[in-house]
Design a protein around this ligand. Structure first.
Ligand SMILES: NC(=O)c1ccc[n+]([C@@H]2O[C@H](COP(=O)([O-])OP(=O)(O)OC[C@H]3O[C@@H](n4cnc5c(N)ncnc54)[C@H](O)[C@@H]3O)[C@@H](O)[C@H]2O)c1
Length: 382
């Protein structure tokens, strides 16, 4: 691969690739800051939406990246254009499967195209997903392309710092606790409310924090996972939420609505314990997330990693400061941007080793999220 202009394609004209609302993701805008590419196509069966996205981009100050861009309805038409790399950002029900033309990633890899794909990897239960994952691994081995899965927090400066501090301190992580509170009252992405389309809140969303558990601490003993869920139709009424955006849930039977609270705990293979809580209750659009990690004599709290003003609060054994917290801040650090910059560099140098979230690693996170979901479903309160 030369260091010249990369020819790239976007698959999906939605939120993750092109932004919307007041959310922090928007791959196109990050790439436009980096430069060094031409967008040759935007693929979306909703071609009207893709045309609108293209029009907006063309008339922006970054229009020069889109002058050769076509709108296509089918990924096959992009593949024959032989792009260097594609960014696949479509709902997981439309990919991650050997069935019904949902093998989007596989088609690209087999054609020798580098792939950046979003999480989650699929919505299929593990037994059905595994043949697809095996086909991907085989194709990657044969075509030698770079494949990156969108776990951007692995590139977060605070997470890098946490790993450094844990290494310096030595010893085992004793406890990991993640909290992810979804702000739901103004989000209208309908597919997210349907577990058949999204995988549900842990497979689809809290997956980022399951991934960080594995990235920071290590693999989880899946047999130890235990989960409770507060269902939408819990007989106590505690699962009732009154501000779901119009049209998002009305046609989903109450029994199939996504759980409002998920609390899970597990043992890491290395011995420490993990817990995670996901809830759907906050007003507005601003999520809240915190991760606490404890070792003997060291506590790390990552507060609001989605926000620019995120804090890493550290308490150590340092002499004279044993009762004090020390705050680290990371202004100007953008994990999405670092993730995409790394991917572009890996494509240019054909170096998969730069990628922090490989397919095989991300597949383990997928397994963990399914273990959490299935345990919760087994513990249904009838
Ligand atoms: N890493 C992150 O922080 C992050 C943030 C948001 C979304 N995501 C992930 O990105 C993915 C997409 O989410 P979104 O919010 O952009 O959804 P979205 O609904 O806003 O957009 C998805 C688009 O994909 C299109 N699409 C469906 N099937 C397609 C196909 N076969 N080929 C091409 N386009 C197709 C749809 O028409 C839609 O326009 C999801 O997997 C989601 O989990 C990740």
């Amino acid at each position: 691969m030369s260091t010249n202009m990369l020819r790239i394609g976007f698959v999906g004209a939605g939120c993750v690739n092109f932004g919307r609302w007041n959310v922090s993701w928007d791959h196109a805008s990050r790439l436009e800051q980096l430069g060094g590419f031409q967008v040759i196509a935007i693929v979306d069966p909703d071609t009207e939406k893709a045309e609108q996205v293209l029009k907006t981009r063309l008339t922006s100050q970054h229009g020069r990246y889109y002058t050769e861009c076509r709108v296509l309805a089918d990924i096959a038409d992009l593949i024959v254009m032989n792009p260097d790399a594609v960014f696949i950002g479509v709902p997981p029900v439309a990919r991650g499967s050997l069935q019904c033309n949902k093998d989007l990633e596989l088609q690209c890899i087999r054609a020798g195209i580098h792939v950046f794909m979003e999480k989650p990897m699929s919505v299929l239960p593990l037994d059905d997903f595994q043949p697809y994952a095996a086909a991907i691994q085989k194709a990657v081995g044969e075509s030698n392309v770079v494949l990156s899965v969108g776990y951007m927090f692995r590139y977060h400066a605070a997470v890098t710092k946490m790993k450094e501090l844990i290494k310096e301190h030595g010893g085992k992580v004793m406890a990991f606790n993640a909290r992810y509170y979804y702000a739901y009252t103004e989000m209208t992405n309908k597919y997210w409310y349907n577990a058949d389309l999204s995988g549900g809140p842990v497979v689809e969303q809290a997956t980022h924090f399951c991934d960080l558990a594995r990235y920071i601490v290590g693999d989880v003993d899946l047999a130890s996972v235990h989960t409770l869920m507060l269902e939408a139709d819990d007989r106590s009424g505690a699962g009732h939420i009154a501000h779901v955006p119009l049209g998002a849930e009305e046609d989903i039977p109450p029994r199939k609505r996504i759980p409002r609270v998920t609390i899970s705990h597990w043992r890491f293979e290395d011995g420490g314990l993990g817990t995670m809580m996901h809830s759907i209750a906050l007003p507005g659009t601003r999520y809240e997330a915190t991760i606490d990690v404890q070792l003997d004599g060291l506590k790390l709290s990552l507060i609001e990693p989605y926000q620019d003003n995120c804090i890493l609060r550290v308490r150590t054994m340092e002499k004279g400061r044993r009762n004090e917290d020390r705050d680290f801040t990371f202004e100007g650090s953008d994990s999405y941007s670092t993730e995409l910059k790394t991917f572009m560099e890996a494509v240019r140098t054909n170096d998969q080793s730069l990628i922090k979230s490989s397919y095989s690693d991300a597949a383990k996170t997928y397994e963990l999220t399914w273990a959490i979901r299935l345990s919760g479903e087994q513990n249904f309160r009838a």
